[in-house]
Design a protein around this ligand. Structure first.
Ligand code: HEC
Ligand code: HEC
Length: 303
């Protein structure tokens, strides 16, 4: 706030309070020339209704004085007068920070305890998993679904099939640093006919056939030349570079022939955001255990 508006507010506020004080003192005094205390004002309504002209009761006036004193003390201690911070230095922002800090201190010992438990064991701790479920609902469910079963473009975390890997360390790394999936476009390299053949072949990798054997054979040959470098000669993928397994019937982009063709023609760019900063290592540890538990139920019961 500019100092002009600051002073404007200070002067108007203080002037208002002083005006209230003056008004109370002025109305409390009987005015000279008027009828003295305990007499009527001389006004008469409805024939016989008259009005006493008495000063206001003391206790009533004192209440007004108390509110004025209160407002002055308040404005000296707390922010209210323009840019003046108040002697106590209180601010909404600081109060909020203190509350957040208090909660953090309260839960810190809990997270410290969880941090020492290996993820497979932590996944069997109901209390920790209730917390992990809340972190998941707040940060991950928008993309991976409330139950972690995913949606087209967002992988299921509950089906036991992993693009990047499902061991505890890899899950932690995925959540901490995020992931970028890069599938290039192969429209130019394959041509229309080539796309048809390779798509039919990938489709057939899951035990579903739609094309004659000769076409599948041609598709297989092209796959070996163009795709195997990333997805492996047998199509089972490569977790090091995040190339999905194409034979497990678990799909990032749905397994329809149309979706497979679209991936080959347009390429894909899946992006998993990094949560290192927003969650911090202790929360990542707990939510990683929650994710681990989605596909490893009762994995380790030796607590
Ligand atoms: C903005 C959407 C989005 C949010 C939010 C998100 N993810 Fe992801 N996540 C993705 C995408 C997309 C992928 C696939 C990345 C790829 O294409 O390789 C992914 C991949 C993953 C994987 C790897 C799966 C595999 O098969 O290897 C894990 C584990 C994961 N996410 C966990 C989480 C957790 C835990 C959270 C919350 C803390 C979260 N994600 C929040 C979009 C999201
Ligand atoms: C440079 C490495 C690379 C090559 C070469 C490559 N891919 Fe991919 N492919 C990927 C990656 C990485 C993804 C995951 C994309 C994502 O995470 O968004 C992917 C995804 C896919 C998917 C989607 C899988 C799903 O679960 O929905 C299909 C289908 C696919 N590739 C087929 C092929 C075919 C067919 C070829 C050969 C024409 C090929 N890819 C060549 C890296 C590659």
């Amino acid at each position: 706030m500019s100092s002009f508006w600051s002073w404007f507010i200070i002067i108007v506020t203080v002037a208002n309070i002083l005006a209230c004080l003056w008004l109370i003192r002025w109305t409390a005094k009987p005015r000279p020339g008027e009828a003295s205390a305990n007499e009527t004002t001389g006004h008469v309504w409805d024939g016989n209704l008259t009005e006493w002209n008495k000063p206001m009761p003391r206790w009533w006036l004192n209440l007004f004085y108390i509110t004025i004193v209160f407002s002055l003390i308040y404005l000296v201690l707390y922010p209210g007068l323009g840019n003046f911070d108040g002697l106590l230095g209180w601010s909404q922002y600081k109060a909020y920070e203190e509350e957040v800090e208090a909660v953090r201190e309260q839960v810190a010992p809990l997270y410290d305890r969880y941090a020492e438990v290996p993820i497979p064991q932590l996944a069997n701790n109901d209390e920790a998993m209730a917390t992990g479920g809340r972190i998941f609902a707040n940060n991950c469910a928008v993309c991976h679904g409330a139950d972690g079963r995913g949606a087209p473009g967002f992988p299921s975390l509950a089906d036991g099939a992993w693009i990047h890997g499902g061991d505890p360390e890899t899950i932690v790394k995925t959540i901490t640093s995020g992931r970028q999936g890069q599938m290039p476009s192969f429209e130019a390299a394959l041509g229309v006919r080539g796309v048809e053949e390779v798509a039919a072949y990938v489709y057939s990798l899951n035990g579903r056939e739609i094309a004659p054997a000769a076409e599948l054979e041609a598709g297989k040959k092209r796959f070996q030349q163009v795709c195997a470098g990333c997805h492996g000669a047998d199509g089972t993928g490569n977790q090091q570079i995040g190339a999905p397994n194409l034979t497990d019937d678990s799909w990032l982009y749905s397994g329809s022939l149309a979706a497979i063709k679209k991936t080959i023609v347009d390429g894909r760019k899946g992006r998993m955001p990094a949560f290192e900063e927003s969650l911090g290592p202790d929360r990542v540890h707990v939510v990683a255990a929650y994710v681990y538990g989605l596909s490893n139920e009762g994995a380790s019961s030796d607590e």
